[in-house]
Design a protein around this ligand. Structure first.
Ligand SMILES: Nc1ncnc2c1ncn2[C@@H]1O[C@H](COP(=O)(O)OP(=O)(O)OP(=O)(O)O)[C@@H](O)[C@H]1O
Ligand SMILES: [Zn+2]
Ligand SMILES: [Zn+2]
Length: 804
């Protein structure tokens, strides 16, 4: 069956109408075009990228209005039928443009990139000589060529004179890398003939002789030179005689930096076995069950994942394994690679565009059956999925903060329903929502109460830093922690010191008037960078030199404040000059592979102390760690967010779980100024359920998730009055159109009230059941896209905001 009309979703995500457009399929492509392929189509005055989402033979567009597709970018579709319907679901579920949903599923190499070109309009026109030189015999040149030689003013004149025209063309991306290989004949008689032809050429004869032992093999030329000692010229002569031939073979850029040793399934503990049995049963059914695997730190959740995946592979199916910010846990990838070897692809932000594209292609071409990756790997183009796993399912990085604002958990469950396969959500500290769903029976709860080798959970001490201060201890370490470190250094055991901070934020403060130096564009304090002696804004990139005097009161008593990891490092060396410390933060992990290097060095015992931020809280499994010190438990408690306590509890439990995972018992020291806070008290016993009960009680009382759903509408503008005004309009409109069961709070200023020079206001929608919500929000967005954008307003809608 061939079709003459294609329905195309175009890459124009500002257009107020979000629907496919009809295009004519030129006759020569009728047999080539497929649903799921990328095409180039004219849209208004330019060519844009589009996705074919349907093919048909008729259209409502008048015959003289319908435009033809300009080009087909893929001979084989890049999106499957499953992906296309997933995109439709995402569009509705997260209220995004369909094009955004389609693009997010592809590696960036396949997303639209545009290039500006200059087209000659009139062949006969007489052009200035410099311009003639640039064009030569061509009719189209890259805009950059004019830019490079500084001819933009001249170009402008040419455009005004209509001699040339500037256009945007879609750049085809995603280069496949190929190498030249040698394929040796598999016919011994051909070798015999070649041998006879080469009677007097000793080197050729020895090469042909060697080839007898490698019939039919495909080898790198380099390997042949090395093994036989012949030169490229000799190989060429042998190739000329027909004994072998050169071929181009597609290669994948290898993102792995080192080799691994093979591991095998461990004998499961009783608890592990019960959990695995339930999962296997659901695979056999098959059913789309979502399991919540709640297991204390070190209980062997990963071993369950590995063995469940093994079963998937045995059945010829595929598995997706998500981990948060995977580049930060190289230990994790290694565990999968050492079990499944070449069957594993990895996908994370640390890879280059080319590497990501190669990993994606390995999946698409069926070269691998397991993908271990961060959030976006949930869109891995497998077609026979048998299992999807989210490790550390409570992590906020599973939620994307840009359009499409999806949560990987929801996409996982959607795909599992499509393939009738189970999902495992694993965590020591599940998200409150997930545990509530498990209690209600929406998810199936599996519990591991004990560590895999029956080790005790570490003992936790809470050090009250207010008491320390009263005792006259002004340093950043409590007496207990100093003692703990001293002891470990003596015993040659290892330690993790955890600074509860994103990155290494230290700020500059005036001790006379209390001014903290702020970003001029954002409502946020600037971060001090010691190496460059500069202050930087982590939101907009603004930077300035550290001021010598206070910009407010001209006092000279202005200096950086706050405990960065660098500062901790210095203090440690003052106390323990003999200590060997490795620091892991944004600063020390800039170059590729730095995480691996640091962790490997630590694993090999090259240091006593691993000091770091959030990056070291998860996934580490080193036998010699017996002490974990949390330097500042409170920092994450005081973030204005209803999830602050939950996040703090999760973080403290995770990081504590790094201690005493093998033979040696572990100890944790948590330093805090608020030891009476329940998140800290309950982290001490590392018992999830009491925390869950307590937090649920508070959420119910204040009307937050999981008792209520929340949605956030955010409006920004450069002018504060405009931002407030339109946020008010949005609020009024919502009040007028949603039922009175819904609470609409605001407009209020957002918690970061100004970002990149735009003022931000928001309305919070709280509801239990509101069938009308999505259509109403869609109408609000349509209004915004058609009218408000013209006033410079930006509006976003998030149906599952991770911070409010
Ligand atoms: N059945 C088993 N027998 C022996 N050792 C095991 C078994 N299962 C797991 N282990 C070991 O116990 C340690 C902890 O297991 P694992 O890392 O899988 O736990 P986890 O629950 O994923 O931990 P976390 O959530 O703290 O990262 C690992 O060193 C692992 O090799
Ligand atoms: Zn001052
Ligand atoms: Zn800024």
């Amino acid at each position: 069956m061939s079709f003459s009309v294609a329905e195309v979703i175009v890459d124009v995500p500002t257009y107020h109408v979000d629907r496919p457009f009809d295009y004519e399929v030129p006759t020569e492509w009728v047999k080539v075009i497929e649903v799921g392929s990328r095409v180039k189509v004219p849209f208004g005055p330019r060519n844009v990228l589009g996705f074919v989402v349907g093919l048909k033979n008729d259209t409502d567009v008048p015959i003289n209005k319908i435009k033809p597709i300009s080009n087909i970018l893929d001979m084989e579709p890049v999106l499957t039928a499953e992906m296309l319907s997933l995109a439709k679901w995402l569009k509705n579920e997260t209220i995004c443009y369909e094009i955004d949903a389609l693009q997010v599923m592809l590696p960036s190499a396949l997303r639209a990139k545009y290039e500006k070109v200059v087209n000659l309009q009139d062949d006969q026109a007489i052009l200035p000589e410099q311009v003639q030189v640039i064009f030569g015999k061509r009719r189209q040149v890259n805009f950059k060529e004019f830019e490079k030689v500084g001819l933009l003013p001249l170009l402008k004149q040419l455009i005004e004179g209509r001699l040339v025209k500037i256009e945007n063309v879609v750049k085809q991306q995603g280069n496949v890398k190929e190498v030249r290989m040698v394929k040796i004949t598999d016919d011994i008689q051909i070798l015999d003939v070649a041998m006879q032809e080469a009677t007097r050429a000793v080197k050729q004869r020895s090469l042909i002789d060697w080839m007898r032992g490698h019939l039919g093999e495909v080898l790198k030329p380099q390997q042949i030179y090395e093994e036989t000692g012949v030169s490229p010229a000799v190989l060429q002569s042998v190739v000329d005689k027909g004994a072998a031939r050169f071929i181009q073979e597609e290669v994948y850029r290898d993102p792995f930096t080192k080799d691994v040793t093979r591991t095998h399934s461990l004998r499961l503990t009783e608890e592990q076995a019960i959990a695995l049995k339930a999962i296997k049963k659901s695979m056999e059914a098959p059913s789309a069950t979502t399991f919540l695997l709640q297991g204390v730190t070190g209980s062997g959740k990963t071993e369950i994942y590995l063995q469940a995946i093994q079963k998937v592979l045995d059945e010829g199916k595929e598995a997706i394994m998500l981990v948060p910010e995977i580049s930060l846990t190289p230990q994790m990838t290694e565990r999968f690679r050492s079990r499944f070897g070449e069957m594993v692809a990895v996908m994370h932000s640390g890879l280059s565009v080319g590497e990501k594209y190669d990993e994606w292609r390995k999946i698409q071409q069926g070269k691998v059956s397991v993908v271990v990756g961060a959030r976006s790997a949930i869109f891995a183009p497998f077609t026979n999925i048998g299992l999807i796993i989210l490790d550390e399912e409570h992590e906020s990085t599973y939620k994307q903060e840009d359009s499409p604002r999806y949560h990987a958990r929801d996409v996982a469950i959607w795909r599992s329903e499509y393939y009738k396969c189970p999902v495992i959500l694993g965590s020591a500290t599940p998200a409150l929502e997930s545990f509530a769903r498990a209690k209600k029976g929406v998810y199936t709860l599996l519990t591991l109460k004990q560590r895999a080798m029956k080790q005790a959970l570490p003992t936790v001490f809470v050090a009250d830093m207010r008491e320390e201060l009263q005792k006259g201890n002004r340093s950043m370490f409590s007496e207990q922690l100093v003692e703990g470190i001293r002891m470990r250094l003596e015993r040659k055991e290892q330690m993790v010191l955890f600074l509860n901070r994103r990155g290494y934020s230290s700020f500059v403060l005036c001790r006379d008037c209390g001014t903290v130096v702020q970003c001029p564009n954002c409502d946020i304090s600037l971060t001090y960078h010691r190496t460059t002696e500069k202050l930087k804004c982590h939101y907009c990139g603004y930077e300035e030199h550290v001021p010598q005097i206070c910009p407010q009161c001209q006092s000279e008593h202005i200096r950086y404040f706050g405990t960065g990891t660098q500062k901790v490092e210095e203090e440690i060396y003052k106390l323990f000059p003999e200590a060997r410390l490795l620091r892991m933060d944004v600063d020390t992990t800039k170059h590729k592979g730095a995480h691996e290097e640091i962790l490997q060095a630590f694993g090999e015992g090259q240091a006593d102390i691993l000091l770091g931020t959030q990056m070291i809280a998860k996934g580490l499994d080193f036998p010699n760690i017996t002490l974990v010190g949390v330097l500042s438990a409170d920092t994450s408690l005081h973030i204005p967010d209803y999830r602050a306590a939950e996040r703090t509890f999760q973080l403290l439990t995770q990081v504590s779980g790094r201690a005493g995972r093998h033979e040696k018992p572990g100890e944790v020291i948590i330093q805090t100024y608020t030891p009476e806070h329940y998140a800290i008290e309950l982290a001490k016993t590392q018992d999830y359920e009491p925390f869950y009960e307590r937090e649920m009680f508070l959420r119910r009382r204040s009307g937050y998730p999981p008792y209520y759903f929340v949605a956030l509408v955010q409006v920004s503008h450069e002018d504060v009055m405009m931002a407030a005004e339109y946020a008010g309009r949005a609020g009024d409109w919502l009040r007028g159109n949603l039922s009175n069961q819904v609470a609409i709070i605001g407009p209020t200023a957002a918690s970061i009230s100004r970002l990149q020079n735009r003022y931000r206001y928001q309305c919070l929608i709280k509801y239990k059941i509101e069938p009308n919500l999505i259509p109403v929000l869609q109408r609000l967005l349509a209004m915004y896209r058609a009218e408000w954008v013209k006033q410079g307003i930006l509006m976003t809608v998030d149906l599952d905001p991770s911070t409010i």
